[in-house]
Design a protein around this ligand. Structure first.
Ligand SMILES: Cc1cc2nc3c(=O)[nH]c(=O)nc-3n(C[C@H](O)[C@H](O)[C@H](O)COP(=O)(O)OP(=O)(O)OC[C@H]3O[C@@H](n4cnc5c(N)ncnc54)[C@H](O)[C@@H]3O)c2cc1C
Ligand code: SF4
Length: 578
């Protein structure tokens, strides 16, 4: 065939950066001089940073993103191979501790343009209305300074921008529908449906997931080959690298990749003046900026604030409350594996394609508050092998025997709400990284409510696996999705940022990423993080130059700006239940 369906293969060049078989961005992009004082310097171009960059550039601000990792050319840099995708993760040294230490490093945080949205599985459920007021309702955790209704228009907007495929009617939380049709089921999804149906548990089929069920602009639809958390070379899975970054560059933003921010500089007038960073050769630079937004994720954001301690903020920048680094959360993410007599072939679909939120809310008959979700997981063979080692202590010939049966296994994951606790925190260790910067120390302990919730969630997920017909069911304890550690709140004494992400202490310093979440629910956090970024951008645009000059906080909710959506996204899809 001379000309394949998607066009002849083109060799990557320096000028055309390829983001998929069809999609590309044309370089060189705009370059600011370091002596230029840009309007906004954003640290980190991940899930939140990518949305902020696109919105602010589209509104005409001079904006640069400093990103520690590379600007991926997906045709050149990515491989559809499980062992070849470690470069997508943040693998710099970190120290982990506490009674229940979190596994950090590979398969945890993202690195590179797109951040964690490059390797996420792309499940995109919304938080429930109850998540914004768990203290009022259940007497645990803390209430958010905003309600579900405040965030709802941004959920709707981002679901169209990614876009999200899912059922026409999604019954949990605030019931709603999706504008793009759901995906067909893979083997794991079928097992989840079978297990849930046998137990009369409602289940959502084919989403919500930010993966294309039909082609969309210059992005092809999913081809169901299961390499989603390896980056999706097809371009069917949404990441800000392909959904928002192209429009950001088109609108005049700069992304300075391989640039590791080391310290935020505080000026004499109590306002930040810019960001110190190292380039890939270890050379130190300083980018001047009228305002700075940190979007480095739940560990690197507090680390940067703590490493930016200076006169007046000797415990860390913007840390007068002492809460920078505290209230770090991870969701319980136990993996339950079931062996079936018939082949399941769990690799032949996106890992994320079916779930139930039937156990999400607090049930007064339980001995714990809050709840959990059950979702499909489709580990590829290396991840499956590690799970067999952990769950069955399989090794040597025994492990080989299990691996030979890979096709017979299905995997479900529970996603359980662990509450925000002050002792779950990020501090800085004495060890340093290759730039000489002190690395993060992460301390994590489970509390009584968390342990009871995990036990119940594990038992229910195993029950569903048995009901699906599995002849053997085992499980591995693990955690997923870090959030918190620079939380938002109305009280400057117990939170780091206000409801728009502005630090309580410094009027032109913002935090906008997963670290500002006060609680996490049992929904995967990526959609919420991007919705919050779109709202913060709206706020900044509404404030205009006041952010750069004025110390006074205007707490008026900004109007929704549909016109800021990347072209060809808003108004597409079919009408749906709102
Ligand atoms: C395997 C896996 C699967 C997941 N699946 C899902 C899912 O299905 N659904 C979901 O909602 N979520 C999922 N997540 C979680 C999701 O990826 C994260 O919640 C989300 O990406 C966090 O967004 P963020 O903007 O806070 O940070 P990120 O997206 O991680 O972006 C932070 C960026 O900042 C950069 N950075 C950090 N520090 C610095 C610095 N000092 N200088 C310069 N740059 C810096 C990093 O390189 C990175 O690119 C998954 C995560 C993993 C690991
Ligand atoms: S299954 Fe679909 S979304 Fe996942 S990597 Fe393959 S094409 Fe991409």
């Amino acid at each position: 065939m001379d000309k394949p369906f998607l066009g002849a293969f083109q060799k990557p060049t320096d000028q055309a950066h390829r983001l998929g078989p069809l999609q590309k961005v044309h370089l060189p992009m705009r370059r600011f001089e370091e002596r230029d004082e840009v309007d906004y310097a954003i640290v980190g171009c991940g899930a939140a940073g990518g949305v902020l960059l696109q919105r602010l550039a589209r509104a005409g601000f001079r904006v640069v993103a400093l990103e520690a990792g590379p600007f991926w050319d997906t045709e050149r840099d990515w491989v559809s191979d499980e062992s070849g995708s470690h470069q997508l993760y943040w693998e710099d040294p970190r120290v982990t501790g506490g009674k229940n230490p979190l596994a950090l490093g590979a398969n945890n945080c993202g690195r590179g343009v797109g951040g964690g949205s490059v390797h996420w599985a792309a499940f995109t459920p919304r938080l429930h209305p109850s998540d914004f007021e768990i203290y009022t309702r259940d007497g645990v955790g803390v209430d958010w300074p905003i309600s579900y209704e405040t965030l709802r228009p941004y959920y709707e907007q981002l679901e169209l921008e990614m876009p999200v495929a899912g059922p026409a009617y999604y019954p949990w939380g605030h019931p709603h529908g999706y504008a793009y049709g759901p995906h067909p089921m893979g083997g794991v999804g079928n097992a989840l449906i079978k297990g849930c149906s046998a137990l009369n548990i409602p289940v959502s089929i084919g989403g919500p997931v930010a993966i294309l069920s039909g082609s969309h602009g210059d992005r092809p639809h999913c081809i169901y080959r299961g390499f989603c958390i390896q980056g999706c070379k097809v371009g069917a899975k949404a990441s800000t690298l392909i959904t928002h970054v192209p429009d950001a560059l088109q609108s005049g933003a700069e992304i300075r990749d391989r640039s590791m921010a080391s310290r935020i500089e505080l000026g004499k007038n109590g306002r930040v003046t810019g960001v110190h960073y190292f380039d890939e050769h270890g050379q130190a630079h300083f980018q001047r900026a009228k305002a700075v937004i940190i979007s480095g994720y739940s560990i690197e954001t507090p680390r940067l604030l703590l490493n930016s301690a200076c006169a007046g903020f000797d415990k860390g920048l913007a840390n007068s409350s002492g809460t920078v680094g505290r209230y770090l959360m991870a969701q319980a993410g136990n993996v339950v594996l079931g062996r079936f007599d018939q082949p399941v072939r769990m690799y032949k679909a996106p890992p994320a394609h079916a779930l139930t939120e039937e156990f999400y809310e607090t049930n007064p008959t339980n001995d714990f508050a809050r709840g959990f979700a059950i979702q499909t997981v489709g580990p590829l063979p290396i991840a499956f092998g590690k799970q067999m080692v952990a769950a069955k202590k399989a090794w040597g010939w025994g492990l080989r025997r299990e691996m030979m049966d890979y096709n017979q296994w299905a995997t479900f994951g529970l996603l359980g709400e662990i509450l925000p606790w002050a002792d779950n925190r990020v501090t800085i260790a004495d060890e340093t990284d290759r730039f000489g910067l002190r690395v993060a120390h992460v301390n994590f302990n489970l509390h009584d409510n968390d342990k009871k919730l995990i036990k119940a969630a594990k038992e229910k997920t195993m029950e569903v696996m048995h009901a699906a017909g599995a002849t053997e069911v085992v499980q591995e304890a693990r955690y997923a999705h870090l959030v918190g550690a620079a939380r938002m709140g109305a009280d400057p004494g117990s939170s780091v940022v206000d409801k728009f992400g502005r630090t309580h202490d410094i009027p032109n310093l913002f935090v906008c990423d997963g670290s500002i979440l006060p609680t996490q629910g049992s929904a995967n956090p990526g959609l919420t993080i991007q919705a919050l970024a779109a709202r913060t951008a709206n706020y900044l645009i509404s404030q205009g130059s006041a952010v750069f000059t004025n110390g006074k906080r205007d707490m008026t909710e900004p109007p929704l700006r549909r016109e800021l959506a990347p072209p060809g996204t808003y108004g597409r899809g079919v009408p749906r239940l709102k």
